[in-house]
Design a protein around this ligand. Structure first.
Ligand code: AMP
Ligand code: MG
Length: 309
């Protein structure tokens, strides 16, 4: 998943904890193998290879995640869309375009984008991408899902205090010495610093930032998060942190809110039950959802990682 995964488990019995953590890592590797865009024999790759040709039988888990992705597309007005993937060729941050593409140049890419062109047949367990050249990429939701599954594996093993962190997509369970886990909000301008911290209990947290993968053109920063409605990289936010009941939901919503931009993004968060968020805008302004008022402890310039749980 192109990230570092860290699992913390606390308890009395070291052997049980170690076995549980090993199993949780295996589970995350299993999910990566099934859902990766880049591994040729993943379920996602099989679906993509059959685009415009035929429906593909997939397992229930993959089908469920695709349905969940479509649901998030609907509730975000198409800002979140796993069919955005053809646009990755245009906006490859490893070999970025020398100039901005014209609308005309983007057209053939946009023609292959659109979650309404994913056909899911739940009873037959099949998924079909209607147009040739369509591609899905679960990169904005799979990491969160993998974190949820790792937590589930730990729970099944009897672990009741844990933190699973996949490069900023994380979930916490339980409390340590009577206190909730403390999560730092990274400074998008300098990732060795945190801007503030917040305590959370039994929640998923995910952050989407334009500093993770990007390229610069004419002094402007273009991020890896693309607005599937325009075909251009999303603008307006530097980072979006979402807190929700699951890490999967937080992951997908953080990407959706990033695409929507600060104003519409914070409205989406406010409209959803049990979801909170923090947006750092391009202007440096910070927006916090109403449920977090007073919950974030802001400060200036403490080095990241200095605050233990
Ligand atoms: P995240 O870091 O969770 O925001 O995920 C970013 C990844 O999501 C990118 O690297 C892309 O693979 C994918 N992505 C980019 N734009 C979108 C979008 N509009 N909808 C869904 N996935 C996207
Ligand atoms: Mg995401």
């Amino acid at each position: 998943m192109d990230t570092v995964v860290e699992i913390t488990a606390l308890g009395e019995d070291r052997d049980i904890l170690e076995a549980a953590v090993t199993d949780a890592f295996s589970e995350m590797k299993r999910i990566e193998a099934g859902l990766s865009f880049y591994l040729g024999d993943s379920e996602v790759s099989r679906i993509n290879r059959s685009a415009g040709i035929e429906p593909v039988e997939v397992d229930e888990e993959t089908l469920g995640l695709i349905q969940e992705s479509i649901r998030i597309s609907e509730l975000s007005g198409g800002a979140f869309d796993i069919t955005f993937a053809p646009l990755k060729e245009m906006w490859n941050y490893k070999s970025p375009p020398k100039r901005l593409p014209t609308e005309e140049e983007l057209k053939p890419y946009l023609a292959r984008v659109g979650y309404n062109k994913i056909k899911v047949d739940p009873s037959g367990g099949r998924v079909y991408l209607e147009r040739t050249g369509m591609r899905i990429d679960l990169g904005a939701i799979a990491k969160g899902y993998a974190v949820d599954r790792a937590i589930l594996i730990l729970e099944k093993a009897g672990v009741d205090k844990a933190l699973v962190n996949a490069g900023g997509d994380l979930r916490v369970k339980g409390m340590v010495r009577g206190r909730a886990f403390q999560i730092g909000i990274q400074d998008p301008e300098d990732q060795s610093r945190i801007l503030g911290k917040i305590r959370i209990e039994d929640k998923g947290v995910a952050t989407s930032g334009d500093y993770e993968r990007f390229f610069t053109l004419d002094g402007e920063r273009y991020s890896h998060i693309i607005d599937p409605r325009t075909g251009f990289p999303a603008k307006g936010s530097r980072s979006v942190t979402v807190i929700a009941d699951t890490s999967m939901y937080a992951d997908a919503l953080a990407t959706a809110v990033f695409v929507l931009g600060p104003e519409r993004g914070i409205s989406l968060i406010e409209s959803l039950q049990g979801v909170e968020g923090i947006i750092i805008c391009e202007t440096g302004e910070r927006k916090t959802s109403s449920g977090l008022e007073g919950a974030v402890e802001w400060f200036n310039g403490e080095p990241a990682g200095s605050s233990a749980p």
